[in-house]
Design a protein around this ligand. Structure first.
Ligand SMILES: Nc1ncnc2c1ncn2[C@@H]1O[C@H](COP(=O)(O)OP(=O)(O)O)[C@@H](O)[C@H]1O
Ligand SMILES: [Mg+2]
Length: 203
């Protein structure tokens, strides 16, 4: 039996027999051919990134992806969204999970995978392991700047979702990130990205 579990801006999420189907749906306001093309390339891109990431971190295993139907079929991860679970742990436990996030992000970045939407809503906790999902905004890049922006957006998402604890969380994630071969350069760049953000806010 199929069960709808979500309808995002881009995709319909269905659960069926232990599988998760992510189906990119038509956007009525887009010109038909452009819409077709976008959904096709985004489906293909997300599947490719998931496949590549699966060699480095925990992600749902892809069963199949189909550009024509714009569907990706993957394992359903039976766990809790980290955005909901994280604050129910003790600070020490939560910080350990954040370290795990940081080192997973480092592994992705070292393979030039930019997730594009690193937030605890795009992570599922299953038996102590964090699964990364939703590579829909992801891309490949070796640029330090792109990696720094990825972490900066993550920090902002933390800040708005985990009020009061996000600084401890983020610092732990940074600790975990230090396994990256480019950690120093990326962390330095985050400071620049941030000051740019503040400047923009003021003017
Ligand atoms: N493989 C999966 N296993 C379990 N739940 C999933 C899986 N993929 C997505 N979900 C659920 O569906 C939601 C939306 O999926 P996501 O890929 O993040 O799409 P969107 O682009 O709409 O954010 C997730 O927040 C999560 O709750
Ligand atoms: Mg998502």
């Amino acid at each position: 039996m199929e069960k709808i579990i979500g309808l995002g801006a881009e995709a319909l999420l269905l659960r069926k027999d232990g599988r998760l189907i992510k189906k990119r749906i038509r956007k009525g306001y887009r010109y038909h051919e452009l819409d077709e093309k976008l959904r096709k390339t985004r489906t293909r891109k997300e599947a490719k990134l998931l496949e590549k990431a699966s060699r480095l971190v925990n992600v749902p295993k892809i069963i199949k992806s189909d550009d024509e139907t714009k569907e990706i079929v993957m394992d359903f991860i039976n766990g809790k969204k980290l955005s909901e679970a994280l604050d129910s742990f003790s600070l020490e436990e939560a910080k350990k999970l954040c370290m795990q996030i940081g080192s997973s992000a480092a592994k992705l970045h070292d393979a030039n995978i930019i997730h594009g939407d690193l937030t605890t809503s795009n992570m599922i906790l299953q038996e102590g392991k964090i699964f990364f999902i939703d590579f829909g905004l992801g891309f490949e890049s070796s640029k330090i700047e792109d990696k720094a922006v990825d972490l900066h957006l993550f920090r902002q998402a933390f800040e708005s979702r985990h009020f009061g604890k996000w600084e401890d969380y983020f610092n732990s994630a940074i600790e975990g990130y230090k396994i990256s071969k480019n950690a120093d350069a990326v962390l330095k760049q985050i400071a620049k990205v941030e000051s740019r953000g503040r400047y923009k806010g003021k003017h």
